[in-house]
Design a protein around this ligand. Structure first.
Ligand SMILES: *Cc1c(COP(=O)(O)O)cnc(C)c1O
Length: 379
């Protein structure tokens, strides 16, 4: 298999020390008590990263498993759930709510802008009868970033439990679970954390556990039950065999982040993202989002008359650089450069912009500036 230079908004490039860690010889993770400590310490590192004292669990499955596990564990038949929707993942939460018998009630925002907290407050003043609410931090198909530092405390004031999908943001955007009173926040291994796909991890508050424990009916899933993981350490029992090699790799990926320092990591993402946006605009290209840019992905409108798939294929075939299109209502309309985690490096993004310019020019789009140079000049 020829490995392309992946500059997609997840999966991202994986550092060598993470790849090597996954090749280490391992023990039996169900029976060897050493692994219970290793798992617990890894969860504590993730807690440090998320700035929380809440419990953290790592589950064997993609980010989607984290979303479904949160909804499966909290939802009972007839529960009203507020689904905050200004993007494809935002809207998609309703599917999980419905599968588990809940009633999804939408708060819809402009899809080119971050959620307006004042409008959300007005909405809640009229209707606050929700067991929990879902919100997406960075909705990756459009690259919009919602301000969970305002949304989550607001929802908690109304007594509503919060579930945040930060799969495409955490590790590139600050997350402060305790300060922002987030009940459940979930991430995935393959985005800004820059480990291979395969794991999801969540922090779970006492309020969230209480809501699960005071259900009238049992959780309608075993694999998606967060309660099944609650007492693993005391009981020395995992609901299923943890993927030990993936977890060893994940731990090294978190060590990489914590060693660089969270503030440095966020600053690096911010600098890359701002410079990329300025360069794109100075080249006369249009950004999709109007307000609320995520520092983890840049979403660019496809210029008139250009087929995004042909453009991306050209970049891949001629230069081995892999960027993404989008899907749903954005299919064919935008292209996306993922500068998250290990992708958020000056050399990688400047080269990607160089290749993008070559491809655009190949298809007849005239660009007056040197895109890559513009990007580097912004540093
Ligand atoms: C990538 C992503 C997920 C997880 O999707 P997978 O298909 O499991 O990778 C969930 N939410 C958001 C916002 C994402 O970007």
């Amino acid at each position: 298999m020829k490995v392309p230079y992946i500059m997609t908004p997840g999966p991202t490039q994986v550092r060598e020390n993470v790849r090597m860690a996954r090749a280490l010889e391992t023990t039996n993770p169900d029976l060897d008590l050493q692994f219970y400590d290793f798992y617990k310490e890894t969860c504590e590192k993730i807690g440090e990263f998320l700035k929380t004292k809440n419990e953290v669990r790592i589950l064997s499955g993609e980010g989607i498993l984290g979303l479904e596990a949160a909804c499966a564990s909290l939802t009972e038949k007839g529960d009203r759930v507020l689904v905050i929707d200004n993007g494809i993942f935002g809207e998609g939460f309703a599917d999980f709510v419905n599968i588990y018998g809940g009633e999804a009630v939408f708060f819809k925002g402009d899809r080119k802008k971050k959620i307006d907290e004042a409008e959300l407050k007005q909405f809640l003043d009229k209707d606050r009868d929700f067991k929990y609410a879902t919100v997406v931090h960075c909705d990756t198909p459009s690259g919009v970033l919602n301000d969970i530092s305002k949304i989550c405390p607001l929802l908690k004031e109304y007594g509503i439990i919060t579930v945040v999908d930060s799969v495409a943001a955490m590790g590139g955007e600050d997350v402060r679970v305790d300060d922002w009173r987030i009940d459940i926040v979930l991430g995935g291994s393959q985005k800004c954390v820059s480990a291979p796909p395969g794991l999801t991890f969540l922090s779970i508050s006492e309020d969230a556990f209480k809501a699960m424990e005071s259900r009238k009916t049992p959780i309608a899933s075993f694999y998606c039950s967060l309660l099944a993981w609650k007492n693993y350490y005391e009981d020395k029992w995992f609901p299923y065999t943890p993927p030990i090699s993936d977890i060893i790799g994940l731990r090294v990926a978190f060590d990489n982040i914590l060693k660089e320092g969270l503030d440095n990591v966020y600053k690096r993402h911010e600098k890359i993202a701002k410079s990329a946006r300025k360069a794109i605009q100075s080249a006369g290209l249009k950004l999709y989002i109007k307000k609320g840019f995520s520092n983890t992905v840049t979403v660019i409108e496809v210029p008139e008359g250009i087929d995004d798939k042909l453009l991306r294929d050209y970049m891949l075939k001629e230069y081995n650089v892999f960027i993404a299109g989008s899907f749903g209502y954005l299919g064919g309309k935008v292209i996306r450069i993922g500068h998250m985690g290990e992708n958020a490096r000056e050399d990688k993004v400047s080269y990607t912009l160089f290749v993008l310019q070559r491809a655009l020019e190949h298809f007849g789009v005239n660009i007056e500036v040197n895109l890559s140079q513009e990007f580097l000049n912004k540093f």
